[in-house]
Design a protein around this ligand. Structure first.
Ligand SMILES: Cc1cc2nc3c(=O)[nH]c(=O)nc-3n(C[C@H](O)[C@H](O)[C@H](O)COP(=O)(O)OP(=O)(O)OC[C@H]3O[C@@H](n4cnc5c(N)ncnc54)[C@H](O)[C@@H]3O)c2cc1C
Length: 511
């Protein structure tokens, strides 16, 4: 429906939104406005030929984590069918004792994310129950801050001491969840209000999501990868353990960045020259640019392969240029840019959605060997067709095109690693439940799908490593090779202060 002001109306999850496109100095921008005007989002419109769909709207509406006080305020968890009907307080199906259900909800506040160690009677049972509703029963799950769980007044005296004492100390043993949340953490309520969601008047839809990357690029103690001059700092680096305890980000990010910077500044690592300080940093910067250029060229050849060096700026424009292009139909568009024609099968957005859905299904919190195999074969197939069947209808989409390419390669690596872990007879651990038909069931009344065999640290002393190779003469086919090595022993240095101070002062010599 188009309104008089050239705005289009979309009804999404029972709410009315309006969207429209405006052009400013940054180009085309999509605006999404909720009917009550409390929510106003703006994002770049990369592809002017593609309509905005409800899916796009959903992808841009606010989504944040609801840990901490959001759960400690003891909201009611309800599920509903896809249309929002048939509301049910599904935790009550499992917990016969309301106090136990409230206690587990409370614990979920700080015992998150999903942890296999906590599925046998612990707070991660809540994740399993949400998973059952959303994935297995295809329903939607909401946090309701307007009503107490169980529909009754909370009997705080029946809560175990850990929860009771906490809520007492916070002065929050009263009222409804929203009143408790406002009392303990008013900014948490305000935060959602600023994004158009009033927790005192409406429910908040939730889902179980992967919180962080477990695993990552392998580096040495200076955060340098096996490609000389390339450093992996932050969550992209696999410097943490299976469960990624709180604080891992500090080590991976800040400690890693400092170590890498110090190393570069001292060694001029990229060049192998005896330089230090600013000169070394400049060399490293140039090396990074050079590697970036090489990677970019390789990628662009995927769109425009051919032996002749592609000239940027379209200088070689002409019929002969088309002969260098990959099979398929190409045309010059209005912006004087060479584009594949739409006879190709998929749009970037379609393959993106498919890839994201696949990973949530097969490589998320519940992992089944058959699904992993299926997903791996799908991703290899998608990669094989990537340059051939995918089209971008606007050059501005190129960034997303390459982002998707990286995403598919990463999926191949991660799915191969997960499958290999299963084949090594690895059990469930960290944030992954590997299903096992003859394993233990976390609780009576839960689906057999959740049967699993806890790892019990059997592979705890080992590190899985995986290498990725592009297959010869095949742009989009990759081979992964897995291997296992022992965890490096923790050094046992002489911790006497003067000794360590000397080591620190002389660390130049140890790099
Ligand atoms: C809900 C939640 C709670 C957490 N709680 C804790 C905690 O309590 N303690 C703890 O230690 N850790 C915690 N973490 C983990 C921690 O926040 C992250 O590990 C850390 O922020 C990662 O920082 P980073 O700089 O490595 O990566 P990010 O912050 O993810 O930054 C990566 C950046 O790269 C950009 N980017 C990605 N791809 C491309 C591309 N192709 N081109 C250009 N840019 C790109 C992204 O947009 C992003 O800005 C939590 C994480 C989440 C999600």
């Amino acid at each position: 429906m188009v309104s008089g002001k050239n705005k289009r109306k979309i009804v999404y999850e029972g709410r009315n939104y309006y969207w429209y496109v405006r052009i400013n100095e940054h180009g085309h921008r999509v605006h999404i406005l909720s009917e009550d005007k409390k929510l106003h989002l703006e994002y770049p419109f990369l592809d002017t030929e593609v309509p905005v769909t409800p899916r796009d709207i959903r992808n841009h509406l606010p989504r944040w984590n609801v840990s901490g006080t959001y759960m400690q305020a003891l909201p009611r968890l309800v599920s509903a069918d896809r249309q929002g009907g048939g509301e049910r307080e599904f935790l009550l199906e499992y917990y016969k004792d309301t106090a136990q259900m409230q206690y587990m909800t409370f614990l979920k506040g700080y015992q998150w994310p999903f942890d296999v160690e906590k599925i046998f009677g612990g707070s991660s049972v809540i994740d399993l129950l949400v998973y059952r509703e959303t994935i297995l029963r295809r329903r939607r799950v909401f946090l309701d801050f307007m009503h107490n769980p169980g529909g009754e007044t909370v009997d705080f005296d029946r809560l175990p001491a850990e929860a009771r004492d906490y809520l007492r100390s916070a002065g929050a043993c009263f009222g409804t969840p929203i009143e408790r949340l406002e009392c303990m953490n008013e900014p948490a309520v305000q935060f959602y209000r600023e994004h158009g969601v009033d927790l005192g008047k409406e429910m908040l839809e939730i889902a179980v999501c992967v919180q962080h990357n477990n695993g990552g690029l392998s580096t040495d103690s200076n955060w340098q990868t096996n490609i000389r001059g390339i450093f992996a700092v932050g969550e992209v680096c696999g410097s943490h353990g299976v469960t990624r305890p709180g604080g891992s980000a500090l080590n991976a990010g800040q400690v890693g960045a400092l170590r890498a910077a110090e190393y570069i500044a001292r060694t001029g690592n990229a060049s192998g020259k005896e330089v230090a300080g600013q000169e070394a940093i400049a060399i490293q910067e140039e090396r990074t640019r050079e590697l970036g250029r090489e990677a970019a060229k390789a990628h662009i050849r995927m769109l425009l392969p051919g032996d002749t060096e592609w000239e940027w700026e379209g200088k070689q424009r002409g019929a002969d240029q088309k002969e260098l292009l990959p099979e398929g139909n190409w045309k010059w568009n209005k912006q004087d840019t060479l584009c594949p024609e739409k006879e190709r099968k998929w749009r970037v957005e379609e393959l993106w959605e498919k890839a994201a859905e696949r990973m949530s299904r097969a490589g998320g919190m519940v992992r089944k060997e058959a699904d992993l195999r299926q997903a791996l074969s799908e991703v290899k197939e998608d990669l094989k067709h990537f340059g051939r069947d995918l089209f971008i209808s606007n050059p501005a989409q190129a960034a997303r095109f390459y982002h998707l390419y990286d995403m598919l390669i990463s999926q191949q690596v991660y799915l191969t690693a997960m499958l290999d872990y299963v084949l090594q007879r690895g059990g469930s651990r960290g944030s992954a439940l590997y299903t096992c038909p003859d394993g233990e069931k976390p609780g009576e009344g839960l689906p057999d799908l959740f049967r699993c065999r806890p790892d019990r640290r059997a592979l705890g002393g080992m590190v899985q490593e995986i290498g990725l190779w592009r297959q010869k003469d095949a742009v989009n086919s990759f081979t992964c090779q897995t291997s296992w090595r022992k965890v490096r022993p923790i050094p046992n240095p002489d911790s006497f202060f003067e000794t360590q101070w000397k080591v620190y002062r002389e660390r130049w010599n140890y790099l």
